[in-house]
Design a protein. Structure first.
Length: 235
């Protein structure tokens, strides 16, 4: 039995940037690496079957089925520079990051308290899920190559923008339905007020995570600065 503020929960969903992982790692390491590699990567990847499918996603996103490969790549770069949460961009970023992890160009940052509690909750039988704007592939790579080691065995599943926008209540309703749990039995941890508000609107239990550099939250959110401060009882 897992209780959050005395109420039973069946699973915990975690945001990544600013919650488990320093935003600086994603913004200062992953994003620049992907942007610098994007043109060369797409030159090799674009002609493959998977690459052609991704280019078609770009064309569908902009509503132009005749967009050339060069124009598609230019659009991907424009989205990257604007930090747009667009599914085809997230997919290609994930593929490039896989290359970087494989080449040992970096390891992903994880807050020490997040790593410790993810491992502890897993040992205690708490189902853990990730919901991030990064693609599911990118999420798996990040948790497989952390400074604390491979944490993917601790995670029960992943959700990304293919489920829906993180600031839309319908996305959290869809996740609850996918997991076969009532919304009230789910806890979402995030550093983003809009995401927390959407999850709460869908009936989830929520808690704000404030890391260094995170703006202050409104008074109607419970706020922790460390996973160890969460009012969880597990027994």
């Amino acid at each position: 039995m897992v209780l959050f503020e005395g109420r039973p929960i069946g699973a915990i969903a975690l945001d990544i940037e600013g919650t488990t992982t320093d935003i600086a790692f994603v913004k200062n390491t992953l994003f620049p690496y992907a942007e610098a590699r994007l043109e060369a990567f797409m030159a090799e990847f674009g002609p493959t079957a998977e690459g052609r499918a991704l280019l078609d996603q770009v064309r569908a996103e902009v509503g132009n089925p005749d967009l050339s490969q060069a124009a598609c790549v230019a659009q991907l770069l424009a989205w990257a520079k604007a930090d747009q949460k667009v599914t085809p961009l997230k997919a290609v970023q994930g593929l490039i990051w896989e290359e970087g992890y494989r080449d040992q160009a970096y390891r992903s940052h994880l807050y020490a308290d997040a790593a410790a509690h993810i491992q502890a909750w897993h040992r205690q039988g708490v189902p853990l899920y990730i919901y991030s704007s990064g693609s599911i592939g990118a999420q798996k790579l990040l948790f497989a190559h952390t400074i604390a080691g491979d944490l993917t065995p601790c995670l029960s599943g992943y959700f990304d923008t293919t489920t829906g926008p993180k600031v839309a209540a319908a996305s959290y309703t869809k996740i609850a339905e996918t997991l076969g749990l009532s919304a009230a039995a789910l806890l979402f941890l995030s550093d983003h007020p809009g995401e927390l508000a959407a999850a709460r609107q869908a009936g989830w239990q929520v808690c704000a995570v404030q890391r260094p550099g995170t703006p202050d939250f409104a008074d109607d959110f419970r706020v922790v600065t460390d996973f160890g401060q969460l009012p969880l009882a597990i027994g």
